[in-house]
Ligand binder design. Structure first.
Ligand SMILES: Cc1ncc(COP(=O)(O)O)c(C=O)c1O
Length: 375
């Protein structure tokens, strides 16, 4: 999170390049390489532009995103009434906070529990909704794994209405197994709360388990879990933004009541349909991520940096002074994410880009190291 302002809670800090930064550096957008946002390295699926040209810009988009929900339901083998599409999964995070906090469900406290360090938008949405924001902080010595028994104790003692778990986690790349997430969901269910399982980076995990099993009636937690996914990340639709939630019809309907009509524009809906039809895209993206991640891990380790193992399409890298490294690389046209806002000021997060870009990054980091004073 950034700093609180007199107008309210702090805005979360994000990656991405802002025009003001480029202007200050005198850089053309075309000369900048963005490793600060972690999206598919393949770029948008083929055929996307043709589909976008067919969209009638004079018509309002379908507020129910019916065709896209049908396509998602078919792909995921679930029912249409279990899917809500959002203007990025971030919209859904804010809908959850508005729908389940202030007031919280009966028996729950007006509180959110976060397993940190993690994506800043959960704390931002919780604070905007006037909830207490509780944290269970992962310890680096334990590979950034959380003490899940302690999470259960906090849940039983504080009864938070919402618990956010990012799996795999941004920025640590830790990926919890099915039994661990099920146990957490059971603890949340026992106090009448809701577990929001944010799987924004799931598509890039090599051996993922099927979290939709949590939504099956026999799971015992079906009414206490909502899953969030990001097609922004999956298909590099960063300029359009697209996400969806999966949950029982009651939770889905409740979230939908808080969503403004037309929040998902027609171009994003059309892009989503093209993306889902391209069944070869995600396996190819995963392959490209694996290859570039292995390369970067080896190259940066050889340069003397600490590279943490990550299940997702980014790497957390121990560089000593994250802000200084962000600045050095930025002046060379390369943007990485300084992790101070995650409470990790000695780290940067590097989103996986195509191999030639990763090779350039490693070369530039090597050059910086060999420059006297690292300037
Ligand atoms: C964990 C997590 N969830 C959601 C998002 C946002 O994705 P979207 O563009 O779908 O809102 C991000 C973006 O950085 C993220 O890290």
């Amino acid at each position: 999170m950034g700093k609180d302002t007199p107008g309210g809670p702090a805005r979360p800090v994000h990656g991405g390049i802002r025009p003001a930064q480029l202007r200050a550096l005198g850089l053309n957008p075309a000369d900048a390489l963005d490793f600060s946002a972690s999206i598919s390295p393949l770029g948008p699926p083929a055929g996307l532009w043709d589909a976008l040209r067919q969209v009638d810009l004079t018509a309002y988009p379908d507020p129910e995103c019916l065709e896209l929900r049908e396509a998602l339901a078919q792909r995921l083998e679930t029912a249409v009434d279990r899917i809500l599409v959002g203007n990025g999964s971030t919209e859904l995070i804010h809908l959850l906070a508005r729908a389940y906090l202030s007031p919280p469900p009966a028996g729950c406290a007006n509180a959110v529990l976060l397993l940190t360090p993690t994506y800043g938008e959960y704390a931002g949405a919780g604070a905007l909704a006037g909830a207490a924001v509780l944290e269970l902080v992962a310890r680096r010595e334990l590979g950034f794994c959380w003490d899940l028994a302690q999470a259960g104790e906090i849940i039983r003692a504080r009864r938070p209405a919402l618990v956010f778990l990012c799996n795999p986690n941004n920025p640590t790349g830790v990926y919890l197994e099915q039994e661990e997430v099920s146990a957490l969901a059971q603890a949340v269910a026992q106090v009448g709360g809701l577990l929001a399982l944010d799987e924004a980076y799931l598509s890039f995990v090599a051996d993922s388990w099927n979290s939709l099993a949590l939504l099956e009636p026999g799971s015992g937690v079906a009414d206490s879990v909502v899953i969030l996914r990001s097609m922004t990340k999956d298909y590099a639709l960063t300029g359009l933004r697209l996400g969806y939630s999966l949950a029982g019809p009651e939770i889905t309907g409740r979230l939908a009541r808080f969503q403004p009509d037309w929040s998902v524009n027609g171009l994003a809906q059309a892009a989503g349909l093209v993306a889902l039809a391209d069944t070869g895209y995600l396996p190819a993206a995963r392959q490209a991520v694996d290859a570039a991640k292995s390369y970067l891990t080896a190259a940066l380790t050889a340069l003397g940096f600490g590279v943490l193992p990550a299940a997702a399409n980014f790497l957390l890298v121990e560089v000593g002074d994250g802000a200084a490294w962000q600045d050095r690389l930025m002046r060379r046209g390369i943007f990485v994410r300084d992790c101070a806002s995650f409470g990790l000021p000695d780290c940067i997060r590097i989103g996986i880009r195509p191999m030639p870009d990763c090779q350039r990054l490693a070369a530039v980091m090597g050059d910086v190291l060999s420059t006297k004073g690292h300037e």
